[in-house]
Design a protein around this ligand. Structure first.
Ligand SMILES: Cc1cc2nc3c(=O)[nH]c(=O)nc-3n(C[C@H](O)[C@H](O)[C@H](O)COP(=O)(O)O)c2cc1C
Length: 148
């Protein structure tokens, strides 16, 4: 997996597709493109431009773990579905359950930033985020989301 950016531009700046294309020419094995893939449209664009075998996605999946299935759907059908707020809330609860199961209470502390990312673009998201960044129990999260 190759992140198509220079050392000087670790996380931002233009993607350097030419460097990736050069590696593609030199390396016949499996090669994954990484960097700046936040949408299904971008995924399709870089796959076409680089002939990569697949993608590595980091920040694009923050608060959007369904991005992977959206990309798959977009590449096969040319369109993709976005989850409803009700579905997103179910994902948030499932994420919280898994965080608790794997890391106990510390998992919920770590989860707080993810809960904020899940609300991106929601109306009145800042009010909701103010509550989510203080969550310390699953029951509490369930109650907040029931009214959100
Ligand atoms: C929170 C965070 C942790 C990361 N940890 C690692 C790491 O341990 N090793 C690594 O090679 N890259 C790491 N990266 C870099 C990513 O793998 C990736 O190359 C970079 O974020 C660019 O991809 P993106 O635009 O999809 O985020 C990390 C990135 C982030 C945001």
């Amino acid at each position: 997996m190759l992140h198509a950016r220079s050392y000087e531009q670790p996380f931002d700046g233009d993607l350097q597709l030419d460097i990736f294309q050069e590696v593609r020419r030199l390396w016949p094995g499996i090669l994954l493109f990484n960097g700046g893939v936040y949408t299904p449209e971008k995924a399709k664009e870089v796959l076409a431009a680089t002939k990569a075998d697949g993608l590595g996605i980091a920040r694009g999946a923050w608060g959007k773990p369904w991005l992977f299935s959206q990309i798959k759907q977009y590449l096969t059908t040319g369109t993709y579905d976005s989850p409803t707020w009700e579905a997103i809330k179910q994902v948030m609860l499932r994420h919280a359950q898994l965080a608790l199961a794997h890391k106990n209470d510390y998992g919920l502390i770590e989860l707080r930033k993810h809960l904020g990312w899940y609300t991106k673009g929601r109306p009145n998201a800042s009010d909701l985020r103010a509550k989510l960044v203080r969550v310390s129990a699953l029951d509490e999260l369930t109650a907040i989301l029931a009214n959100a």
